[in-house]
Design a protein around this ligand. Structure first.
Ligand SMILES: [Cu+2]
Length: 213
């Protein structure tokens, strides 16, 4: 929370910090905050140990430290993609709000991937302090299901989904480790609450800054 407040404040005042973490699939390397504004979080070569990822019915799970953000996913089927030009859209950018875990479906069939192929997913996130990038190197498989102990939980709400050709967001109902199957209502009120409290926190801080000046 303290971290987030700092992030929002710096966003307002100078715009420095960069915060979202790819939770699933496993990212190329350990999250490096300072490198997140660069290609693949600064990891320029594909991981040698790839994990399997479902051709359809997959999901991307992230942790957002920004209360409002847009997120999208790009796909490359090159062995070792080294630039943004090597990628094409797998999930169009959409807006979401709320801090904490956020999970959304991805269908690589729609993005033109085929089973057995090596692929790299690049998650692009913008929480107000510029675009941030994390990558995951995978092997696409049409007979792989994401293990049920992998968390796909939303503490957040999404809006204006413009996912290209993918199935509806509810098509994937991955098992949530925290059992949030019927918690969408709760989640959205929780996230409005957190926005409300962030807003009031901000006004307090704004007043403090004004008082200092
Ligand atoms: Cu940030």
């Amino acid at each position: 929370m303290r971290f987030t407040t700092f992030c929002m404040l710096s966003g307002l005042l100078t715009a420095v910090s960069a915060h979202f973490q790819l939770q699933y699939p496993v990212p190329r390397g350990i999250f490096v905050e300072d490198n997140e504004p660069t290609f693949c979080d600064g990891y320029n070569t594909a991981a040698s140990n790839r994990s399997e990822f479902p051709l359809s019915g997959g999901f991307i799970s992230i942790n957002s430290e920004h209360p409002q953000f847009t997120v999208g996913v790009q796909l490359s089927t090159l062995q070792n993609p080294t630039s943004f030009q090597n990628f094409s859209t797998a999930v169009n950018f959409f807006q979401a709000s709320g801090e904490g875990p956020f999970c959304f479906p991805i269908d690589l069939t729609a993005a033109g991937a085929s089973s057995g192929a090596n692929a790299t997913l690049q998650i692009i996130f913008d929480g107000g302090d510029g675009q941030l990038y994390q990558c995951a190197d995978v092997i696409v498989s049409n007979n792989f299901n994401i293990p049920s102990d992998v968390s796909c939980t939303n503490a957040t709400t999404s809006s204006s989904t413009t996912t290209s050709g993918s199935s509806a967001p509810s098509a994937t109902s991955p098992t949530s480790s925290s059992g949030s199957a019927s918690s969408s209502q709760t989640a959205s009120s929780a996230s409005s609450l957190s926005i409300l409290s962030s807003v009031s926190l901000l006004s307090v801080m704004g007043a403090a800054v004004v008082a200092l000046l």
